[in-house]
Design a protein around this ligand. Structure first.
Ligand SMILES: NC(=O)c1ccc[n+]([C@@H]2O[C@H](COP(=O)([O-])OP(=O)(O)OC[C@H]3O[C@@H](n4cnc5c(N)ncnc54)[C@H](OP(=O)(O)O)[C@@H]3O)[C@@H](O)[C@H]2O)c1
Length: 372
């Protein structure tokens, strides 16, 4: 049985955990609250970034002596192994915590239940599963990485009412309203990298930066652009703004890109050309991004790259802005042929949310691919 105070504490712990979004990867986001013997809030903490102290340790330090005999409410099973920091289970036992309420067990195979076993063996009462759905959702990037070794990809796209993303001549750089575009900047700020294709770079010369006000924000996500040719026309903005830029191309193309690689922050990643397609294996790209600490990527591309990502089943979630305008059949369709053919094969969304965004309509959800 959990108390009302513990439920409130878990809600707070989940909120605290979310402050680590975008900086804890490959670690999970974790928040912890300590209640004293009488059920009063005594301290709290969250995991700020990879390599920094864990939420449990910060919460114990902030609660001081009130930890003894108290309850820890934490969003994830405490770790029991030596990583960059020591095991949290040892700290919890040492602090004299008598009860612990955990939202979800850790899917990391080094843990998955072992932390709970250690706490129970030390005589601590353990309760699991409180608000576990919310905790699982919060750590979807972390869970996806443990399952696939790849980054989590969110596809953002702006559509007309008739499902077009651009006018035939490419003159429709912005389809969505001001409010939606401001929302997109907030989304950009919450991920570790932004991805686009060379087609969008050539047509729109985008900056692909976070501008929450009129100026560039301090923390800029990595900018990634994929190309099979290394041809970016006269576009420069994406390469010139401060920050890290990755140009992902097939082997042999890097030699054509020296004018870009001389710009500070710009690097080229070469991948073996993928037989059968023009370009690189995008799955290999996302394995490399994950291995370099990039957990979440927002893709803002045209229909070519967006379609390839869907075809390769690499899109994990979507944010689709629908604007009240019609571009007609001559406009660029949002997606090219995906080989769906039959209604049985459609790509579906789950955990869907709908909301108004200024004069647009925003649909968001996680992508479900046919499994057989
Ligand atoms: N409404 C929206 O949300 C939205 C968002 C972005 C863009 N757009 C519009 O979309 C239009 C551009 O569309 P698009 O389809 O040409 O652009 P795109 O999808 O952004 O870029 C396509 C290019 O990406 C590269 N690429 C794709 N897959 C690759 C792979 N596996 N390996 C290596 N390179 C790969 C190729 O570059 P290379 O040609 O160099 O091989 C390809 O030509 C513009 O008019 C723009 O305004 C609309």
């Amino acid at each position: 049985m959990v108390s009302q105070a513990e439920i409130q504490a878990m809600k707070k712990a989940l909120k605290l955990a979310a402050y680590g979004r975008g900086s804890t990867f490959p670690n999970p986001m974790v928040g912890a609250v300590i209640l004293d013997r009488d059920g009063n809030h005594a301290g709290d903490g969250f995991h700020r970034k990879c390599g920094a102290p864990h939420a449990e340790v910060i919460a114990i330090a902030s609660a001081g002596d009130a930890s003894t005999g108290g309850t820890m409410v934490v969003t994830l099973e405490p770790c029991c192994h030596h990583g960059r920091t020591g095991p949290c289970t040892d700290e919890i036992i040492r602090a004299g915590i008598s009860r612990i309420v955990i939202a979800m067990t850790d899917p990391d195979p080094r843990m998955s239940g072992r932390g709970i076993e250690q706490l129970e063996s030390a005589g601590i009462e353990v309760e699991t599963g409180l608000l576990s759905g919310k905790a699982c959702e919060l750590n979807r990037v972390y869970r996806h990485y443990l399952e696939t070794s790849r980054s989590w990809i969110t596809l953002k796209i702006a559509l007309s009412l008739d499902g077009r993303t651009a006018a035939a001549d490419g003159s429709s750089r912005w389809i969505s309203c001001d409010k939606s575009r401001r929302r997109v900047h907030r989304k950009r700020a919450s991920v570790q990298a932004l991805l686009t294709g060379a087609g969008t770079v050539r047509k729109d010369d985008p900056e692909l930066t976070v501008r929450l006000t009129d100026t560039l924000s301090d923390r800029q996500p990595v900018r990634i652009v994929v190309s099979s040719t290394g041809d970016f026309g006269d576009s420069w903005k994406i390469f010139r703004n401060p920050g890290r830029v990755i140009i992902a191309v097939p082997e042999g193309v890097a030699v054509r890109l020296t004018e870009y690689t001389s710009i500070p922050g710009v690097e080229v990643w070469e991948f073996p050309a993928d037989p059968g397609i023009q370009g690189i294996n995008l799955s290999a790209l996302f394995e490399r991004t994950a291995s370099e600490g990039i957990g979440s990527i927002l893709c803002e591309a045209g229909s070519d790259l967006s379609s390839r990502l869907l075809k390769d089943e690499l899109v994990n979630s979507v944010s689709i802005f629908t604007a009240p305008l019609i571009l007609g059949g001559e406009g660029r369709p949002a997606f090219e042929r995906l080989g769906i053919g039959n209604i049985e094969n459609v790509i579906k969304l789950e955990n869907v949310s709908f909301r108004r965004s200024g004069s647009d309509f925003l649909t968001e959800g996680c992508v479900v691919y046919r499994t057989d």
